[in-house]
Design a protein around this ligand. Structure first.
Ligand SMILES: O=P(O)(O)OC[C@H]1O[C@H](O[C@H]2O[C@H](CO)[C@@H](O)[C@H](O)[C@H]2O)[C@H](O)[C@@H](O)[C@@H]1O
Ligand SMILES: O=c1ccn([C@@H]2O[C@H](COP(=O)(O)OP(=O)(O)O)[C@@H](O)[C@H]2O)c(=O)[nH]1
Length: 932
């Protein structure tokens, strides 16, 4: 099995984990895909030797008692008996014995694979829990696995808790004790009444009274509390190197709580249900908290690519984070998101069919329904399973095909589930009512068309039933995967029956080709499909079956788990590599200390997303009045203080035009560099420019047309026309739509107006900017610095530089400017300026620019639309001349003593800046601290 979608296509190098001994091939595969294929081969060959191991473990012949009422010795795979009670950290320190050769895996799920029923003070009866999650995880044998979860029983007393802990320990299960109130609020309430229906597109409960809101809040609190209780137990049993695999919607807070305990823990989270469209998730009052908590995991998995896509979408639209092909990025931290379609332990089902008890059941069933075709439904009695719709479709089929009435029977196994939730109670009544009506309508004295069972079946009975079935009907309205469809296929090697499968089950993506896919809401279509399936010719059945059988045989639960854990191990290594590329957080204290100890400081500040307030991810802040960037109100005071300090020079270096900077900064005593340094003024003086006279701006009108076109078609996007550039911005628009539009816009530009022009197209995270070629903040900084030195008549070198910005990649050259080492491709200016230490001698080298094809292009034309006054001011300003601005002959303007340089990127992970400030709020705090 390979993971699909978000990660499988990437070609990143996956490093082996130290101590990761389940995969120790000497040949390191070059790509992720290669590795996955290799591992799959390894697992296959491992399988050939597996029977011996299973025999040793007593798990041979697939005779495990899934569905047995009592677990005896060695009764099911995946859970191995252990002699002792699981250790705590304290016990562990005394343990000196050998470590297991398999990797330790802590599987944390709401429900343990066994449910307990209390028989006396110290005795419990253990029973396998029913459900797809349990079935799938019981097939996982490659790890040294321990389960942590709720045993489905309230045990308030110590004696009972000790006894149950001991009994479960034999099954390598560790209980989390939830009291009745928590179970009611967390499990019945928040999990099954809110998250479950919402994730299956059934919406939130309607709030018709204030009390409901209160209930919602208390259920959410209980949810968090329960998650914390799970985290406590995991933490108690965690050993370094363990993989912690959290399961399902019950435990969305668990990754966050675990990482709080220990951020080195390897944490994966897998959702067994669908993850709905972000528009559905958006309705949930706790939408943000839940997403953020899940994102604390290292790897987040879903059954299908669609669910993964929805999750990433929710993170980008609701949290405003960046979705990448690998997952979701937040401040350089990547949470990998991928699809890992689950499977079943197919051999267990296939082998079970040979067992005498299964053969007996089959014989019995065949005799019982000798003269009828058997149709089968196996579901938990849950509204997502579409049981009423299925039965109604069957009724319609009988109604329209009278010749089939005495020749077909529908066996519906409806396993009671979540019986304390009122919705489920209502459903039970509804189903009974429909079944009664149809049996009354089409039944005879000796036979009824529907056999409805409100109970679960024992494993062998279930296998037999699957094997004798002619047509299986899976009509889920939504279903994460649906393992019943897999199990049915696995048991059909001889009969080759037909699977009718809902297109809304995750399984439709894997078994769709061999099944008859239906829309369960379309009763007419399902009824017609029943007829088609019952009369399908043998060769078509054979072909369809073979296709699905192959899939079920090869995509097993073992592979699913092995792939997930292997990906998780890799993700950790890759994250470590990536983290090394992210600048460390700015050490505020050091920056402030150095500031206070220096005498001639230079502070260079970007404006947009550096000195402005953060944008609401949901775009709610994007009112028209706010489209223009505005100085963060909490910066007014401290900036005033700093800019009035004679030992400090502040430059706001922005892409914005002069008017915007004037509006926000006129009242401060500082320098303003607009349009990436093309215009410069001290707030006490007029604007000057370094714009070359013959700057070619002919392209502007045609680019403007393209930008206008896209602005009209992208709600809440806007564009700004500046003197030397034009910027289309979609930060308030729907991010995903904005990105698609941006791609389209670029295509329009490249094939149209800019195909031959000499200009730069710069892509931001939410913008596209077209600017005159060669304009960048780094290219401008030498001239700015020269002018400042000259204008201030500086006698002493600048001994401290703080440069903060959320700059476009192209403008990051400003960070490099002050670094002692030369950038890899030094600009002529930088070459001339930087000597071996970070000392600087400003110069006024002629500006030579390069076109996008790399050719030299000194072909500037007249600039566009400058007023006469502006021209005069501009003419008065000459670029700084080296002779005029050097401090003394030969002495440097910069003397940063190596470390007195603090370049900080704001909210971007890959950067050539030395340090990171996560948000503009951090900038606000820093500036305030400096001013203090
Ligand atoms: O524990 P319960 O509340 O009684 O519910 C049983 C389980 O139901 C859900 O199963 C899902 O997982 C299956 C395997 O991945 C998948 O095939 C199916 O489509 C899902 O509905 C639930 O997600 C589990 O947590 C429950 O334990
Ligand atoms: O009487 C029954 C009926 C069902 N199952 C098991 O319950 C699981 C149902 O999983 P599925 O993924 O189809 O749906 P879920 O119930 O998890 O939503 C399957 O493994 C079935 O074999 C069972 O053990 N006994």
């Amino acid at each position: 099995m390979s993971s699909v979608g978000f990660i499988s296509l990437s070609n990143r190098k996956a490093k082996r984990m130290p101590g990761n001994n389940y995969n120790c091939s000497p040949l390191t595969p070059r790509s992720r895909l290669e590795r996955l294929l290799r591992e799959r081969e390894l697992r296959k060959s491992f399988k050939h030797i597996q029977p011996t191991e299973e025999a040793r473990d007593g798990n041979k012949d697939g005779e495990q008692s899934f569905g047995d009422s009592c677990i005896g010795d060695n009764e099911f795979s995946g859970i191995h008996k252990e002699e002792e009670v699981p250790e705590t950290n304290a016990d562990r320190s005394q343990r000196q014995d050998e470590r297991p050769s398999k990797q330790r895996l802590l599987v944390v799920a709401n429900r343990l694979p066994v449910s307990a029923v209390r028989e006396s003070v110290e005795s419990f009866h253990l029973k396998i829990s029913v459900g797809g999650l349990v079935s799938a995880l019981l097939g996982v044998k490659e790890f040294d696995t321990r389960w942590i979860g709720w045993a489905g029983v309230n045990v308030p007393d110590d004696i009972g808790q000790r006894a149950l802990t001991k009994a479960l320990a034999e099954m390598r299960c560790i209980p989390v004790f939830l009291d009745e109130e928590i179970v009611n609020q967390y499990y019945n309430g928040y999990c099954n009444n809110i998250l479950w229906p919402l994730f299956h597109y059934l919406g939130l409960p309607q709030e018709d009274r204030l009390a409901t809101t209160r209930t919602f809040q208390s259920q959410f609190d209980a949810y968090k509390k329960a998650n914390q209780m799970f985290a406590d137990v995991v933490n108690e049993h965690y050993e370094e190197g363990d993989v912690v695999w959290c399961h399902d919607y019950h435990l969305m807070f668990l990754p966050k709580y675990l990482k709080k305990y220990n951020d080195k823990m390897k944490v994966g989270w897998f959702l067994h249900t669908p993850f709905p469209s972000s528009e559905i998730h958006r309705t949930l009052p706790s939408r943000t908290d839940l997403l953020r908590s899940v994102l604390a995991a290292d790897l987040v998995g879903f059954h299908t690519y669609d669910y993964a896509r929805h999750f990433v979408s929710a993170c980008t639209r609701i949290l405003g984070l960046e979705g990448t092909p690998d997952g979701v990025e937040d401040q350089g931290k990547l949470t990998r998101v991928a699809a890992f379609p689950i499977g079943i332990d197919s051999d267990r089902f296939i082998q079970a069919l040979e067992l005498p008890e299964v053969q007996d059941h089959m014989k019995e069933l065949k005799e019982r329904f000798a003269d009828r075709k058997v149709m089968l439904g196996v579901d938990r009695l849950d509204m997502i399973k579409g049981i009423p719709q299925k039965i109604l479709a069957f009724e319609k089929f009988l109604e329209e095909n009278s010749h089939w009435r005495d020749k077909v029977v529908l066996l519906q196994i409806a396993v009671p589930t979540r019986t304390d939730v009122p919705e489920y109670q209502k459903l039970t009544c509804q189903v009974h009512e429909i079944v009664g009506r149809i049996n009354g309508r089409f039944g005879t004295l000796t036979a009824v068309p529907i056999h409805h069972l409100d109970r679960s079946l024992e494993f062998h009975e279930l296998c037999a039933l699957y094997a004798v079935t002619d047509v299986a009907l899976v009509t889920s309205l939504r279903d994460g995967m649906n393992l019943v469809s897999y199990e049915f296929v696995a048991c059909q090697a001889s009969k080759k029956g037909v699977l009718i499968l809902s297109e809304f089950a995750g399984a439709a993506q894997s078994l769709g080709a061999g099944a008859i896919l239906v829309n369960p809401w379309n009763i007419t279509e399902v009824a017609a499909s029943i007829g088609y399936a019952l009369e399908m010719p043998a060769d078509e059945r054979e072909k369809r079956h073979q296709f699905n059988f192959k899939h079920v045989k090869t995509h097993t639960s073992q592979e699913w788990a092995a792939t997930f854990v292997s990906e998780l191990n890799d993700t950790i290594v890759e994250a470590q590599l990536r983290t090394r590329q992210v600048p460390p957080l700015l050490p505020n204290k050091v920056a402030i200390d150095c500031y206070s100890k220096s005498n001639n400081r230079l502070i260079i500040l970007g404006f947009n997303s550096t000195l402005t307030e953060a944008v609401d991810a949901l775009g709610r802040g994007g009112q028209i009045k706010e489209l223009e960037p505005k100085l963060h109100p909490n910066l007014i005071e401290p900036l005033k203080k700093l800019s009035d300090d004679p030992q400090t020079t502040i430059v706001v270096l922005s892409g914005s035009d002069r008017a915007v900077l004037d509006k926000n900064f006129s009242e401060f005593n500082m320098w303003l560099a607009a349009e990436n340094g093309m215009f410069l003024r001290r707030t006490s003086s007029e604007w000057m420019t370094t714009m070359p006279e013959n700057l070619n701006m002919d392209w502007v009108d045609s680019v403007k047309h393209v930008f206008e076109y896209f602005t009209e078609r992208t709600p809440r996007s806007h564009f700004e026309l500046r003197e030397t550039s034009i910027v289309w911005n979609y930060k308030y628009a729907d991010v995903e739509f904005g990105r698609i539009q941006a791609r389209d816009l670029l295509q329009h530009l490249w094939t149209g107006p800019i195909s031959n022009a000499s200009l730069d197209v710069v892509q931001g995270s939410r913008s596209v900017e077209v600017r005159a070629v060669g304009v960048s903040k780094g290219a401008a900084i030498d001239r700015i610095l020269g002018e400042i030195v000259h204008n201030k008549g500086m006698k002493e070198p600048i001994d401290y530089v703080l440069c903060i910005g959320h700059f476009l990649a192209k403008d990051e050259d400003v960070y490099k400017f002050f670094e002692p080492e030369l950038p890899s491709e030094p600009t002529p200016v930088a070459r001339a300026m930087l000597s071996k230490s970070n000392s600087y001698r400003p110069s006024s080298l002629p500006k030579i620019t390069t076109t996008k094809t790399g050719s030299k292009a000194p072909k500037y034309k007249k600039q566009r639309s400058l007023s006469n006054i502006e021209r005069r001011e501009i003419d008065q300003w000459k670029p700084p001349c080296r002779d005029r601005i050097s401090l003394n002959e030969g002495s440097s303007v910069l003397d940063l003593k190596g470390d007195n340089y603090f370049s900080c990127v704001v909210g971007r992970k890959r950067s050539s800046a030395r340090y990171l400030l996560k948000t503009s709020d951090d900038v606000v705090n820093l500036i305030n601290d400096l001013a203090e």
